[in-house]
Design a protein around this ligand. Structure first.
Ligand SMILES: Cc1cc2nc3c(=O)[nH]c(=O)nc-3n(C[C@H](O)[C@H](O)[C@H](O)COP(=O)(O)OP(=O)(O)OC[C@H]3O[C@@H](n4cnc5c(N)ncnc54)[C@H](O)[C@@H]3O)c2cc1C
Length: 388
C-alpha cells in the first residue's frame, strides 16, 4: 500500500523528536522533553500493539538493592559506582512517584525482604556482618539510619518453610505495574505526545540534518532527532551497543484463600522475586539456572524454569496452600557486564537510553530524563557505561 501525500506530510514527517520504544524510559524521555518545551512535536514508535517490553511485564518492585545484591555489586563494580547507581535508582523512584502520584500507581511503601534459606548460614552471616556498614553508606541516599535490619520474627507470619532469616529494606516498596504504565501513557497523550503502536523500526538512517526510520511495508518516518529506548532489544537496531537481552520467567497464581504475604521478597541475589497482588502471588526469575538458553530476546516460556517456580511455591514459599497457576509469561531485561545504564549521544541527532537491568522501574524515569537533557544539550556528562 502506498501512502498518500497527506499521510506522508501530516503523519510521517515534521517531528522534532522520535522515540523508539513505549516503555518507561521512552515515555519518561518524551515527558521530560515536553515539560521543557510544550511546543515540541514528539512521536513514540512501538512495535507491539501494547507497550511490549519489560515495562509491562515486570514485578512492580520499587526497589534499589538488597544487602546481598549490593555486596555482590561492591565486589564487581566497586563501592563508589555501586552507591552512585543506588542513588540514581532512589532518585528515579522519587521522580516517578512525583510525576504520577502514589495513588495513581498503587505505590505501597513499607519495605521489601531478602530471604535466606536454612542451608545459607554462611551467606547470611556475610550479609549480617555488613549490615551496619551498608546502613552507614546508604544513609547518605535514603536519609534514614537503619535502611536494612534483620526481621526473622516475621518468618512465621509469612508461612515460609525452610527459611531461617529475613533482612528488611524498609525504604523499598511496591507498585502496580499496569497502573504505572497506564498513567504514563495518559500523561503523555494529554501532553500531546503521539504514539504509533504496531510499528516496528527496521532500520535507522542517521543523516546530518534528519533521522529517517524505516518501518515495515516500506513506510518511513522522518524527524530531527531520535532517542532509542529499546532496552534489551537494542542490538537489533544498534548491534555495536554493549547491551544483552536476558529473559525472565514469571507466573501468577490463582487467588489464595489464606494469603499470608503482604510484601515483596527477593531471594538468591535477586534472581528470584515474589510478591502479593490482588490476593495472588506473582513469582519470577530463575534465569541463572539456565544460562545457555535465557540470554535471548525471544519472549517464550521456558517450561523447566516455570516448573522450578511452581516447586518453590509448593515446597517452601506457600507450603500451606497451592491454588494453582493462572498465568505465565516472560519478559526481557537489558543487561551488560556492569549494571550501569547506557545513556549517551551516539551522533549529533541520536541518543540511546538502554540497559536498565533488573531495576528499570526505579531507574527508568531518571534515565528518560537524562536522555532528554542530553538531547536538549542541557547535560553532556551522562555517558554512564564505564565504571571502575
Ligand atoms: C520479568 C521482569 C521483572 C522485572 N521486575 C522488575 C521490578 O520488580 N522492579 C524493577 O525496578 N524492574 C524490574 N524489571 C526491569 C524493568 O522492568 C526494566 O528495566 C524496565 O521496564 C526497562 O524499561 P525500558 O523502557 O528501558 O524498556 P522496555 O520496557 O523493554 O521497552 C522497550 C520497548 O521498545 C520496543 N521496541 C523494541 N524494538 C523495537 C523496534 N525495533 N521498533 C519499535 N519498538 C521497539 C519494545 O516492544 C518495548 O515496548 C523487570 C523486568 C522483567 C523482564
Amino acid at each position: 500500500m502506498q501512502l498518500s501525500y497527506w499521510e506522508r506530510k501530516s503523519f510521517m514527517s515534521d517531528f522534532d523528536t522520535v522515540i523508539i520504544g513505549a516503555g518507561i524510559v521512552g515515555i519518561s524521555a518524551a515527558l521530560s522533553l515536553i515539560e521543557h518545551d510544550p511546543s515540541m512535536k514528539i512521536l513514540i514508535i512501538e512495535r507491539g500493539f501494547l507497550p511490549s517490553g519489560a515495562s509491562t511485564k515486570n514485578a512492580g518492585f520499587a526497589c534499589f538493592g538488597s544487602v546481598s545484591e549490593l555486596l555482590d555489586d561492591f565486589d564487581k563494580m566497586g563501592e563508589e559506582s555501586t552507591l552512585n547507581l543506588v542513588a540514581r535508582r532512589f532518585a528515579g523512584l522519587a521522580a516517578l512517584r512525583k510525576r504520577t502520584g502514589d495513588d495513581e500507581i498503587f505505590f505501597r511503601p513499607g519495605g521489601n525482604y531478602e530471604v535466606f534459606k536454612t542451608d545459607e548460614e554462611d551467606f547470611f552471616s556475610h550479609c549480617h556482618d555488613n549490615i551496619h556498614r551498608l546502613n552507614r553508606l546508604v544513609k547518605e541516599i535514603t536519609g534514614v539510619d537503619d535502611t536494612y535490619s534483620i526481621c526473622d520474627k516475621k518468618i512465621q507470619n509469612f508461612g515460609f518453610s525452610d527459611v531461617s532469616h529475613l533482612i528488611l529494606n524498609k525504604c523499598e516498596g511496591r507498585l502496580d505495574t499496569g497502573m504505572m504504565m497506564q498513567k504514563l501513557l495518559t500523561l503523555a497523550r494529554t501532553a500531546g505526545i503521539v504514539f504509533y503502536f504496531g510499528a516496528e523500526v527496521r532500520q535507522i538512517e542517521d543523516e546530518s540534518t534528519k533521522v529517517t526510520l524505516r518501518l515495515q511495508s516500506e513506510y518511513y518516518v522522518e524527524a530531527k532527532q531520535l532517542i532509542v529506548a529499546t532496552n534489551g532489544f537494542a542490538r537489533q537496531l544498534l548491534p555495536e551497543l554493549e547491551v544483552f537481552p536476558a529473559r525472565n520467567q514469571v507466573l501468577v497464581t490463582h487467588p489464595y484463600k489464606n494469603m499470608k504475604l503482604d510484601s515483596c521478597f527477593h531471594y538468591d541475589l535477586g534472581y528470584f522475586y515474589w510478591r502479593e497482588i490482588d490476593g495472588r502471588i506473582l513469582l519470577g526469575g530463575g534465569r541463572n539456572l539456565f544460562p545457555d538458553t535465557e540470554y535471548t530476546d525471544s519472549l517464550s516460556i521456558n517450561p523447566d524454569i516455570q516448573e522450578h517456580l511452581v516447586q518453590m511455591l509448593k515446597t517452601w514459599i506457600t507450603p500451606h496452600e497451592f491454588p494453582g497457576i493462572d498465568m505465565q509469561w516472560s519478559g526481557i531485561l537489558g543487561i551488560g557486564k556492569v549494571k550501569f545504564p547506557i545513556i549517551k549521544k551516539i551522533s549529533e541527532n541520536v541518543i540511546v537510553a538502554v540497559r536498565m537491568g533488573g531495576m528499570g522501574v526505579a531507574l527508568g524515569t531518571l534515565a528518560g530524563h537524562e536522555a532528554a537533557e542530553l538531547m536538549l544539550g542541557i547535560s553532556t556528562a551522562r555517558t554512564t557505561d564505564v565504571v571502575s
